[in-house]
Write a protein that binds this ligand. Structure first.
Ligand code: GDP
Length: 443
């Protein structure tokens, strides 16, 4: 997960401040030295780091600590606020024209994920009841046009192009006429990319901009390229004037420097992030939630939003009742696994939970597709009674269950262990909720 290294280091640093009644200037200086190192290692722009640290020191040293917070929590709060500000403060929305269609022009270098992102964005808009039109304007690469047509087919969203046409501006103009005639309210233009920025490319993009007057010009950049992506953003912004950035491949092991530097260096806010290759892997970028994830305080809001679209509410309510009565059984465990699976890759979900450090242990609970099928087979080979009360499952029953499900006794043992772990974890969450303990990211 992106930011994992940074998140680990920052959490380590702040843990050291915990338990101190009063923080001296030396304590803060030492902590800030570590924060600086962590940010530089995460490939954050040097100047950005310098200003960031100076801001925090100014706010932390010699301040009256708020009554409700311990000194350590106070420092974490300042860092949290500053990280949020660094990434733009509040969510930057895309402009929606009062006179449709809204025109969104996607620009970027080849391989950044522009075409995939065009599809993802169209999908997101469609889910918000919009009627997008995708426009294939990459006249140099027929494969890119084909790729967009395939995506459009999968999403059931029309893709506009003009066969054999070598004029990207004309394609864009015709697309807008088409959108007006066919009541498509948002036009997403996938422009041509190049391996490197060059004059021809910029000229073509400028012509499209002049002729179709897009409401949004969004640059798609690859987070894995680190500081290069910041340079690319600066350059596109200077020549074209950007309204925002879409940072792709944040699901990979990029160190996160781009996400933390782009706004500060270029002034352009990140509006969306790409979190995977699938078409639903585009997230709206919320600076505050991202800061919170980096500090290990979780991003429960995003998780709830994700859950809102993937999870069956009735079932969730039922589950909560069971948890309260402490009668969470193996049937429930199976349906929980199936629900969680719908949310996305486990490490991304863990990253959204507060106190992720502790939860990494849960990585043992692998929930890949194959494992899930096996788990299902094992649970289905148990009797009703066993499913309700796992403590009944002794040695000979384990053997029978393994035989019945075509698995090994070790697999059954592993599953029962996972179940016991999950049950314990849930109990912990329940207790935390009950005692109403407010934890500031575990600090
Ligand atoms: P384009 O040349 O800019 O149009 O790039 P493409 O859309 O063809 O994407 C290049 C590659 O990056 C493809 O293999 C995509 O599946 C992949 N890709 C795009 N966005 C993401 C993302 O957010 N995460 C990951 N892991 N891969 C992505």
């Amino acid at each position: 997960m992106v930011f994992e290294g940074l998140a680990d280091k920052l959490q380590e640093t702040f843990k050291k401040l915990r338990g101190k009644g009063k923080l001296s200037e030396t304590d803060i200086n030492e902590a800030m030295r570590e924060v600086r190192m962590a940010l530089l290692e995460a490939d954050v722009n040097f100047k950005v780091v310098k200003d960031f640290i100076a801001n925090i020191k100014e706010k932390a040293i010699g301040q009256e600590v708020m009554q409700s917070l311990t000194p350590a929590q106070f420092v974490v709060k300042i860092v949290n606020d500053e990280l949020t500000a660094l990434m733009g403060g509040t969510q930057s929305r895309i402009t929606v024209s009062s006179r449709p269609p809204t025109i969104i022009m996607l620009v970027g270098l080849q391989g950044a994920g522009k075409t995939t992102t065009a599809g993802k964005l169209a999908h997101l808009l469609k889910k918000q009841s919009k009627r997008p039109l995708l426009v294939a304007a990459d006249i140099y690469r027929p494969a890119a046009i084909k790729q967009l047509q395939v995506l459009g087919g999968q999403l059931d969203i029309p893709v506009f192009t003009v066969d054999e046409c070598k004029d990207a501006v004309l394609i864009a103009q015709k697309a807008i006429e088409y959108a007006t005639s066919y009541a498509r309210d948002t036009v997403i233009i996938d422009t041509a990319g190049r391996l490197h920025i060059n004059e021809d490319l910029m000229q073509e993009l400028k012509s499209i901009k002049t002729k179709v007057k897009p409401h949004e010009i969004l640059l798609v950049v690859d987070a894995m390229t680190g500081q290069d992506s910041v340079t690319v953003a600066e350059s596109f912004n200077k020549d074209l004037g950007l309204d925002g950035v879409i940072l792709t491949k944040l699901d990979g092991d990029a160190r996160g420097g781009a996400a933390l530097s782009i706004k500060a260096v270029t002034g352009c806010p990140i509006k969306f992030t790409g979190m995977g290759e699938k078409l639903d892997a585009l997230e709206i970028f919320h600076p505050d939630r991202m800061a919170s994830r980096i500090l290990g305080m979780g991003d429960v809001l995003s998780l709830i939003e994700k859950a809102g679209t993937s999870i069956d509410l009735e079932q969730a309510k039922e589950m909560e009742k069971k948890l309260r009565k402490d009668d969470f059984n193996l049937d429930d465990f199976l349906s929980q696994l199936q629900q969680v699976r719908k949310l996305g890759p486990l490490d991304q979900i863990l990253g959204m939970l507060p106190g992720m450090g502790d939860l990494k242990k849960l990585k043992d609970v692998e929930i890949d597709e194959k494992e899930l099928t096996r788990t299902e087979a094992i649970i289905r080979s148990m009797t009703k009674k066993e499913r309700r009360d796992a403590s009944l499952i002794n040695g000979s029953r384990r053997k029978r269950i393994a035989m019945g499900s075509g698995t090994r006794v070790q697999d059954v043992n592993k599953l029962l262990k996972q179940f016991a772990e999950a049950k314990k974890m849930m109990k912990r969450f329940q207790d935390m909720q009950k005692s109403g303990k407010k934890s500031f990211g575990g600090f």
